[in-house]
Design a protein around this ligand. Structure first.
Ligand SMILES: *Cc1c(COP(=O)(O)O)cnc(C)c1O
Length: 380
């Protein structure tokens, strides 16, 4: 029996051909024709005017935050239920991250987000941006977030690292807000092995970020620097890998969605388990990119725990993971201000991320379901 990964990179001969082309062309630096083309293709897919290819999603967030004015003496509001890479770049800038809790789909609670901003502003805190995270590939509730932030004059930064290819009421992930970020890390829905993209309709913001990403080099005939910059660009070889993935993206996306549908159907008759996001009112899975399918175990319906389910799966050579541990529970952010309802910690305590990679077969999914059903039934 083969090992079933959580979200393994799905690469084929198409990827080999593109990477070979980049190598043979001689463009192996962090610039070149594949970088330019990858930026255009991602911008088009995300429904934005401009894109900047970078070495990681974390780097993209860092530059976006700097452009939005994050720095010492300012605060950025960040969803607590996320991967740590949403919050770390806030600290790089010297700004204070302030955490906000989730709704049941794991995405930030829009009412609480706006309440947090109002409270911070009333207390004299300079809030320069609010971040949304499109968790596990599902867009946050933008109909509530966008007008509320506009009323308050606070720019939105969308951490769409997990959500490439998703949409919200017809608008692609990454097209909401002042700027958005994608990650192309090895475990994401589309990969460049490591890489990321900053996207925005604001050409000036992207131009400034491009300048900062190349050591803030001034346009002179020698090396002239008037500001502190970074070395954050994406390699042309890796951009080629990204373009190969893009050429296959529609199929990879449908496969992730088909895997979600198979889990939903196979678990429908079981008590004590819900598929996170799938069950949220008014929105099905259609616009979710289904990067990861995650479940919440309900103690009223089952006595088992995420630890036990993950151990049962591991015994059958299947990889599953806990959900992100909320930022306000992380020792590194222990002293941070938080607006909490307890939902994020509940999801952390009860959630399991199931194997969801597009290279998984139906038989792989059925193997996962069989172990899961066994674990839930045994713990009734
Ligand atoms: C993966 C991820 C990032 C960071 O992306 P890297 O490319 O790994 O730096 C940021 N935010 C979220 C929510 C992520 O899942």
């Amino acid at each position: 029996m083969s090992h079933v990964h959580l979200s393994k990179a799905d690469t084929t001969e198409v990827e080999e051909q593109y990477v070979l082309d980049a190598l043979r062309s001689g463009w192996v630096a962090p610039l070149g024709p594949h970088v330019d083309a990858f930026e255009h293709e991602v911008a088009e897919r995300a429904g934005v005017a401009h894109a900047l290819a970078l070495s990681s999603g974390t780097a993209a967030l860092h530059l976006a935050l700097l452009e939005l004015g994050a720095g010492p003496g300012t605060a950025v509001v960040v969803p607590s239920m996320t991967f740590v890479a949403s919050a770390m770049p806030v600290v790089y800038t010297g700004a204070e991250p302030v955490f906000v809790d989730s709704r049941l789909d794991g995405n930030v609670d829009p009412e609480l987000l706006l309440h947090a901003i109002d409270t911070l502003l009333a207390g004299g805190t300079r809030v320069v941006a609010a971040m949304s995270v499109d968790l596990f590939g599902r867009c946050a509730e933008y109909d509530e977030i966008v007008p509320g932030l506009a009323d308050r004059g606070i720019p939105l930064l969308d951490d769409a690292a997990e959500a490439f290819g998703a949409a919200y009421r017809g608008r692609p992930a990454g097209s909401q807000g002042a700027a958005a970020v994608f990650s192309f890390n090895g475990n994401k829905i589309l990969t460049t092995s490591g890489g990321g993209m900053l996207v925005s309709d604001n050409g000036q913001l992207i131009d400034r970020a491009r300048y900062l990403s190349t050591q803030a080099r001034q346009p002179a005939d020698h090396y002239e620097h008037t500001e502190v910059g970074f070395n954050y660009r994406l390699s042309n070889v890796l951009a080629a890998l990204g373009r190969a993935q893009l050429s296959r993206f529609d199929a990879m996306l449908s496969r992730r969605r088909a895997i979600r549908a198979r889990y939903v159907e196979s678990l429908a008759d079981l008590d004590g388990v819900r598929v996170i996001g799938h069950d949220s009112p008014g929105r099905g899975d259609d616009e979710d990119n289904c990067w990861l399918t995650c479940i919440e175990l309900d103690p009223a319906g089952t006595a088992t725990s995420p630890e036990r389910v993950i151990a049962d799966l591991a015994r059958e050579d299947i990889e599953a993971r806990r959900l992100w541990k909320p930022m306000h529970l992380q020792p590194v952010f222990g002293a941070s201000r938080t607006f909490s309802t307890g939902i994020a910690s509940r999801l952390f305590a009860r959630g399991v991320a199931l194997p969801s990679g597009s290279a998984l077969t139906d038989d792989d999914i059925d193997r996962v379901v069989k172990v899961l059903r066994g674990a839930l039934v045994a713990a009734r």
